[in-house]
Ligand binder design. Structure first.
Ligand SMILES: [Ca+2]
Ligand SMILES: [Ca+2]
Ligand SMILES: [Ca+2]
Length: 584
């Protein structure tokens, strides 16, 4: 019975399709494919259901798609990159309408309103309906009516790359319409269109800063674009054909406890997980493999918690016999130094004046917190400056801390660390760092909005101060993510040098360029010759990520430095060029 139902249905649908195609307006473009919503490939959401309905196209629809949920189609193939029109057929009984979000690959969601109301959630009319057809009243019996007349549609423009894409359609977090729930979805049609949208931004996979910035990075084979592996930029890709196994080694100045990593190959690229490994070593000679546990990433890339030990050497091994592309590799954890009074496995102290950095050691000033913290759990304010092991937790969504230096002090960067990742909802989300001179007139010197900590146990994340100055008072005001109404940190520190991030906070990631300068090392100096007319700035960075010199770039700039290997970074017009130079 079911089978004959289907055959009859198919014949009917074909007739509808032909009739429909003939009625398509010119600006609807060409119908490329028609996809039943219920034929979705994957959903990780148990609540999303496929429901039988004689009123629905394909005799089925998809329902119960909550704000953060979606259905996904993994093999949408289009001939060329660009804009396409997605026609979404839906059932909806909410008079105010509902929002439908649709997005492709790892792009941010695009949203449209589904304004119309249908007879039923499953599309079917409640009663027999009489419609004017070719000038004649025609009655359709509710028990025999067919087709997708029951669903309404809305159009949304989506952006595909050439070849295979995935498409996600679902709810809309934050929408006031039906609390973001998606209408029931019946089917989709994909059309060409003459309309053009910009490619929506991808959800970032990499953090602006990570501990690879503090490492000397070497490879066992010579690669021309190794810096793209760790430039904190999803768009730049390290291409490698290891012809077997190749190692990228990260050597730290001091022992590090590396507890996690990002491994992101690039948009739409898959890689056999058995073909890469994170290893660690005390001496750079004897290596052990870590174990890793996959956690929620920010975008399409993977975040892993790692099981390692406190060591100076970490390496990434890659095994393949063809070209492999890796967009970004990042390391998270904390420095394992100043071990006096340490309780294994976590040192009591973070780096204290490790490289000229200033810790918020009470000797250098006075720490104060707005809230004493959870005293009954010993999650008290003093834990914010005692090392990674202990954490400071407040009952509420705001946390304020101050530090008064004994003398005017320039803070170029600062860090916030989390302890165990078991309460990610309690982590800092949005904050400002303020500073003041003796006059106590505070101004904002750094700001971070909607930050997501990597889902890694015990990790300290560094942030830049865009405009450092000599101030006496510093104050950080944190809004937590609001989990269970608690907010916590394991440590707050301030450092003298600015950290290198590809460009100061608040400015989008620049495009990589090789056309800004020529730079090379000589005896005791670096020579930079501008090849762009644009106003440019430069940074000279050593191999542990510390900025040695920076400033506005003259046409032919000579910079005196000690013997060593440096990265010269030049910024102009939202572009950046990096040149590695060797100074004798
Ligand atoms: Ca359907
Ligand atoms: Ca990159
Ligand atoms: Ca602590």
């Amino acid at each position: 019975m079911k089978q004959s139902f289907h055959l009859l249905r198919y014949a009917f649908l074909m007739a509808i399709c032909i009739a429909f195609a003939a009625s398509v307006k010119a600006d609807d473009g060409t119908l490329l494919s028609s996809i039943e919503a219920e034929s979705f490939d994957t959903t990780s959401f148990a609540g999303v259901k496929k429901i039988d309905s004689k009123w629905a196209s394909g005799i089925m629809y998809a329902e119960n798609i909550s704000p953060s949920q979606f259905i996904q189609f993994n093999n949408i193939v289009v001939p060329a990159e660009g804009t396409y029109k997605l026609r979404v057929y839906y059932f909806n009984r909410d008079k105010a309408g509902r929002n439908i979000s649709a997005w492709t690959n790892q792009q941010v969601r695009g949203t449209i309103l589904a304004p119309d109301t249908t007879e039923q959630w499953n599309g079917g009319p409640k009663v027999n309906v009489t419609m004017l057809v070719n000038g004649t009243d025609t009655t359709y019996n509710r028990d025999t009516i067919w087709g997708s007349e029951g669903s309404k549609y809305a159009d949304i423009l989506v952006y595909f790359r050439a070849g295979t894409n995935n498409l996600k359609v679902g709810g809309t977090p934050g929408s006031t319409l039906a609390n973001g729930y998606c209408p029931n979805l019946d089917k989709f049609e994909l059309y060409t269109t003459t309309e053009i949208i910009e490619k929506p931004a991808n959800i970032p996979n990499s953090w602006k800063w990570d501990y690879t910035r503090d490492a000397v990075i070497t490879s066992d084979k010579s690669y021309t674009n190794l810096e793209y592996l760790t430039d904190n930029n999803d768009e730049t890709v390290f291409e490698v054909n290891p012809n077997g196994t190749s190692y990228i080694t990260f050597e730290f100045l001091n022992k590090m406890w590396i507890n996690g990593c990002v491994f992101y190959l690039g948009e739409g690229v898959a890689f056999n997980p058995d073909n890469w490994d994170i290893q660690y070593s005390e001496n750079g000679i004897d290596w052990s493999s870590s174990t890793r546990t996959s956690k929620n990433p920010m975008g399409e890339g993977k975040v892993y918690m790692l099981s390692t030990a406190a060591v100076k050497y970490i390496r990434l091994s890659i095994t393949a016999n063809q070209t492999v592309k890796i967009s970004e590799f990042q390391l998270f954890g904390f420095p394992r130094v100043n071990e006096k009074g340490a309780t294994a496995p976590f040192g009591k102290q973070y780096p204290d004046d490790l490289t000229g950095e200033i810790s918020i050691d009470p000797v250098k000033g006075t720490f104060a917190a707005d809230d004493p913290g959870l005293t009954s759990y010993n999650e008290v304010a003093a834990n914010a400056i005692d090392g990674v092991q202990n954490k400071y937790t407040v009952n509420g969504k705001v946390m304020g801390m101050s530090f008064e230096f004994n003398e005017p002090t320039s803070v170029g960067s600062y860090s916030l660390a989390i302890g165990s990742s078991s309460n990610m909802g309690r982590n800092p989300k949005t904050w400002v760092l303020k500073a003041a001179d003796y006059d106590m007139e505070f101004k904002v010197i750094a700001e971070v909005n909607n930050f997501t900590f990597p889902h890694v146990d015990y990790n300290s994340m560094k942030f830049n101060v865009a405009n450092p100055g000599d101030y006496v008072y510093y104050r950080i005001e944190i809004q937590g993510a609001g989990g269970e109404n608690f907010t916590h940190i394991s440590e707050w520190q301030m450092f003298t040098p600015q950290i290198f991030i590809s460009i100061p906070d608040g400015i989008s990631t620049p495009n990589i360029s090789d056309k800004l300068v020529k730079a090379f090392g000589r005896q005791g100096e670096i020579q930079i010759n501008k090849t762009t007319n644009a106003t440019s700035t430069y940074q000279v960075v050593d191999l542990v990520g510390k900025i040695i010199k920076q400033g506005t770039l003259n046409n032919n700039q000579t910079i005196a430095v000690n013997q060593g290997i440096y990265l010269v970074r030049v910024f102009a017009n939202q572009q950046v060029q990096t040149v590695k130079v060797s100074v004798k």
